[in-house]
Write a protein that binds this ligand. Structure first.
Ligand code: HEC
Ligand code: HEC
Ligand code: HEC
Ligand code: HEC
Ligand code: HEC
Ligand code: HEC
Ligand code: HEC
Length: 410
């Protein structure tokens, strides 16, 4: 009896599976392209149809360009191969060089070629740096050299050894959770103890797309295509209905540190979700958030954030526009809350005169070196610092002194 029941259940499930496969196939024929994230996701190109201006401006952002497959085998931003040789020591060098089928990083030991790998994938839109990776089967491996704008040159990738050329560091899915929109991984045994992470390459969606931030939109697209006169967003999480923490979490999912232990992949994170459900409680290893990648926790330490109910990341940043590094436009944002009339303007204002607006950020959100990322240029003994603006908005007496000295000189 129980066996029969079980058989019945199994058959029923099988029938359902067959039916739903048939349905999916039918639906698949109607839509132009299926998304590797599943049927709930719309063709990423479809947003263009109704959100044209926004989609066009978004295409220029660092988010959209934060990872790419170098299918044309060109380096990004007109970077040239053969422009550099990275010298570890007298015997060991790495050349960035062009070969018949692409751009390579090749290690030479006393002039003899050792290891060589092609730059198949780039990480970073190049605001500060580019890091490269190659496909070794379905394993993605980081290349030993990265390019840094600050020095206009190649240097050893952050955290890489200085005595040897490492071509074997795997890029794991955590990188892609912040630098891409989706990738399916699988674990394979590599030897008796080790396990490697492989990716299903055809599921990989490079760059951060609209649905990575806004969540699945297939129903939204279908509904609005069928109801062109409805100007109210349907089947889409409305940002203005979220709590402040939920709003910040939309960004904090990638901007609250990469030193956290995660419970599960953040690829499934949607607006309205709570980020703390994705991290382990004892996750954050450090009490002083680093300026690299941890804007959310730094901002939370600011009085501006703690003492105002409305401040979020979008108070100062427009997620759909390429970031302009004009400090002046940011000072305008500060002035929405800090004015002479409201008696909470800068006490230094009388002393600073007109210079105040252009230096607001330098004094209150100064650029500071990351403790997590440093790099070493070719044959240099000295380590270069990697600077980012701190999001702990506060009074910094040392920076103030430097800026005042600078203003007085000019
Ligand atoms: C057939 C038209 C149509 C298509 C295609 C479409 N949308 Fe929309 N969308 C709308 C309309 C209409 C609104 C409501 C008016 C507005 O906010 O622009 C809207 C609003 C939105 C909102 C605002 C939600 C809020 O906070 O109020 C988001 C986000 C959004 N769409 C995302 C997307 C994404 C992502 C895609 C592509 C996957 C997409 N839309 C494709 C018609 C469309
Ligand atoms: C899926 C992960 C992810 C999410 C979600 C995300 N970011 Fe980012 N953000 C990144 C990565 C990765 C970079 C580095 C991009 C690059 O330069 O390659 C970045 C860069 C930035 C930059 C620097 C831009 C520049 O031009 O240098 C700003 C500002 C920023 N993010 C703000 C936000 C805000 C605001 C939100 C929420 C509305 C947000 N981010 C959500 C991953 C994310
Ligand atoms: C938790 C999210 C997160 C993870 C994980 C992460 N990054 Fe990033 N990454 C960021 C953010 C945010 C930025 C830009 C702002 C900053 O540095 O704070 C960034 C910046 C970068 C940049 C510089 C981009 C530019 O335009 O200047 C590179 C290159 C980069 N990351 C590569 C990697 C690689 C490779 C990995 C994996 C080994 C990785 N990142 C892991 C969030 C992340
Ligand atoms: C980095 C995360 C992020 C990405 C990527 C992103 N958005 Fe948004 N979007 C937001 C946030 C946050 C808001 C709410 C802004 C606010 O109200 O302060 C928003 C608001 C919107 C709105 C309604 C308000 C407006 O500005 O018109 C639409 C429509 C929209 N997004 C569509 C898109 C489309 C289409 C794409 C891709 C081309 C996209 N978004 C990519 C974060 C993002
Ligand atoms: C949404 C409103 C808002 C915005 C925008 C804002 N602040 Fe504030 N800020 C506040 C509030 C509220 C306080 C706390 C004042 C108090 O407690 O008396 C504060 C405090 C400060 C303080 C004193 C900090 C301390 O530790 O004593 C400084 C400095 C400051 N803000 C600078 C800035 C700068 C610079 C910007 C622009 C980058 C900015 N704020 C943007 C609301 C804001
Ligand atoms: C009070 C204004 C303000 C708020 C709120 C704010 N930022 Fe920023 N952010 C700035 C300024 C100013 C810069 C420096 C821009 C420049 O290079 O001129 C910056 C730079 C960045 C950068 C690039 C880092 C660098 O130094 O190049 C990232 C990433 C970023 N912000 C993310 C965020 C995230 C995520 C949030 C929310 C947790 C947030 N910001 C909230 C003002 C703000
Ligand atoms: C040359 C560096 C410098 C510049 C530029 C500067 N500040 Fe300040 N700011 C300071 C210092 C130092 C203090 C603390 C002064 C004190 O307590 O006597 C301060 C105090 C403040 C406070 C706290 C006021 C209070 O009531 O305690 C706010 C808010 C503030 N600044 C906002 C701004 C804004 C907004 C800008 C740009 C429009 C700006 N500051 C430009 C150095 C600077």
């Amino acid at each position: 009896m129980r066996a029969n029941l079980r058989l019945g259940v199994v058959l029923g499930v099988l029938l359902l599976v067959t039916l739903s496969v048939a349905l999916i196939q039918c639906a698949g024929k109607a839509s132009t392209k299926t998304d590797s994230r599943g049927a709930a996701y719309a063709d990423p190109k479809s947003c263009m149809q109704c959100h044209k201006d926004l989609s066009k401006s978004y295409a220029h952002t660092s988010h959209f360009n934060t990872s790419k497959s170098l299918t044309d085998h060109q380096l990004p931003n007109g970077l040239k191969a053969d422009s550099s040789v990275f010298v570890f020591n007298e015997s060991l060098k790495i050349r960035v060089e062009k070969q018949a089928d692409g751009q390579y990083q090749t290690a030479y030991w006393n002039g003899k070629q050792q290891r060589s790998a092609r730059t198949d994938v780039v990480f970073g839109a190049g605001a500060k740096a580019f890091t490269f990776a190659c496909w070794d089967g379905d394993v993605l491996k980081q290349l030993p050299l990265s390019y840094f704008n600050e020095i206009h040159n190649w240097a050893n990738s952050p955290g890489f050894p200085l005595q040897q050329a490492n071509f074997d560091r795997a890029i794991v899915s955590r990188c892609l959770e912040c630098h891409s929109s989706y990738a399916e991984k699988r674990f394979v045994k590599a030897g008796s103890l080790a396990v490697t992470q492989e990716f299903d390459q055809k599921t990989l969606i490079y760059g951060i797309d609209c649905q990575r931030c806004h969540g699945p939109a297939a129903q939204h697209v279908t509904y609005h295509q069928e109801n062109p006169n409805d100007k109210q967003a349907k089947f889409m999480v409305r940002y203005d209905t979220l709590t402040r923490q939920q709003k910040v979490d939309v960004c904090a999912v990638c901007h609250s540190g990469n030193d956290r232990e995660m419970q599960k992949s953040t690829f499934g994170f949607k607006p309205g979700d709570t980020l703390s459900r994705y991290t382990l409680p004892f996750g954050n290893s450090s009490n002083t958030p680093d300026v690299h990648g941890n804007q959310a926790n730094l901002l939370a330490l600011s009085k501006c954030y703690a003492n105002s109910a409305v401040m979020t990341c979008t108070t100062c940043h427009d997620p759909h526009k390429k970031e302009v590094t004009g400090k002046l436009s940011f000072a305008q944002k500060c002035i929405t809350c800090h004015k002479t009339e409201t008696h909470n303007y800068c006490k230094m204002a009388p002393k600073l005169g007109a210079a105040i607006d252009t230096k607001c950020i330098d004094c209150h959100m100064p650029a500071m070196p990351s403790k997590l990322i440093t790099y070493q240029a070719t044959a240099a003994k000295q380590v270069s610092a990697y600077y980012l603006h701190t999001h702990k908005i506060a009074v910094y007496p040392d920076q103030t002194k430097q800026i005042i000295a600078f203003i007085n000189q000019h």
